[in-house]
Design a protein around this ligand. Structure first.
Ligand code: IPE
Ligand code: IPE
Ligand code: MG
Ligand code: MG
Ligand code: MG
Length: 294
């Protein structure tokens, strides 16, 4: 089982890596493709693309049809990291074990590299949707757009940044976490579900799973910000404290953060198991995330 899982994971990671290299092949002007590739190929975990592919097969679909959507989501995620690190937002110097994009290329190119990744993601999804000409692909693209923007990552980041240095209540913190991080994780599962041909009930369950996984993922990110090291994370620790952010740990304390994290993660795994045998890779992946150290 364990061996099979690693083989399956590595084959998906390789597919994603190879396709990202094709999609980001250098063009003119060189500097922008260099800056985009710098952050995309700096060594992220590829959580979101793996979830797109795994959700697709959990619903009985053909994962090769989900690959471009998986890569597009990783581009959107990477753009969100480049912009999140900018001096006007979290002002961090390291990401994925390297200097942040703006430290390497300057603020202007970093802004544009983010814009470049966001627009290339849409170009990639729309091209795939147009070529395939079926509604499940346009639905996947619409879901990724919505949960990256007006109902997800963007609005979460907005409330996160305007709340810096303020006392916010628990429902506001939930709003921030559910959107800034939950958005793209829900998008991954639902988009994979659409491409895999999921019915309405399955799509709703995927949304519930994504919400739990997303909140859990950000709680763990907040925990790691105060318990890990820059070497392990590849990004600075104590970034939240520096920016006077309310986090799950500062609001509830470490014990409750840890126990809520475990509860949400386990509930997500139990719901994935409800999807049946085809979801065994997804279930194992989600289970292993619980013990993640980075
Ligand atoms: C970091 O995401 C930002 C959050 C939403 C917490 P990841 O922890 O998935 O970062 P990478 O992709 O592995 O660098
Ligand atoms: C940001 O949350 C999540 C994004 C949408 C980029 P954080 O600001 O806590 O993410 P890290 O810790 O810098 O990766
Ligand atoms: Mg941030
Ligand atoms: Mg940050
Ligand atoms: Mg963080």
């Amino acid at each position: 089982m364990m061996m099979d899982f690693k083989v399956e994971l590595n084959s998906r990671l390789e597919l994603v890596e190879n396709r990202l290299h094709e999609l980001l092949e250098p063009r003119m002007p060189e500097i922008i493709y260099e800056a985009m590739g710098y952050s995309v190929f700096a060594g992220g975990k590829r959580l979101r693309p793996i979830l797109v592919m795994a959700a697709c097969s959990a619903c009985g679909g053909d994962e090769s049809e989900a690959l471009d959507f998986a890569c597009a989501l990783e581009m959107i995620h990477t753009y969100s990291l480049i912009h999140d690190d900018l001096p006007a937002l979290d002002n961090d110097d390291y990401r994925r074990g390297k200097l942040t994009n703006h430290k390497q290329f300057g603020d202007g190119i970093a802004l544009l590299a983010g814009d470049g990744l966001l627009t290339l993601a849409f170009e990639t999804m729309l091209k795939a949707a147009v070529e395939r000409g079926e509604q499940r692909f346009t639905r996947a693209a619409e879901t990724i757009a919505r949960l990256s923007g007006s109902q997800g990552m963007l609005v979460g980041q907005v409330v996160d940044v305007v709340s810096e240095g303020k006392q916010i209540d628990s429902s506001m913190l939930d709003y921030i976490h559910n959107n800034k991080t939950g958005g793209l994780i829900k998008a991954a599962l639902i988009a994979g579900g659409y491409i895999g041909g999921a019915d309405e009930a399955t799509l709703s369950l995927l949304e519930v799973i994504g919400a739990d996984m997303g909140l859990a993922f950000q709680i763990k990110d907040d925990i790691l910000d105060v318990t890990s090291t820059t070497e392990v994370l590849g990004k600075p620790v104590f970034s939240d404290e520096k920016n006077h952010k309310v986090t799950y740990v500062s609001m509830y304390g470490m014990d409750k953060a840890q126990s809520d994290y475990e509860l949400l993660s386990k509930r997500a795994v139990d719901n994935i198991i409800c999807l049946g045998d085809r979801a065994s890779f997804l279930a194992e992946y989600a289970k292993r995330l619980i013990n993640r150290i980075k």
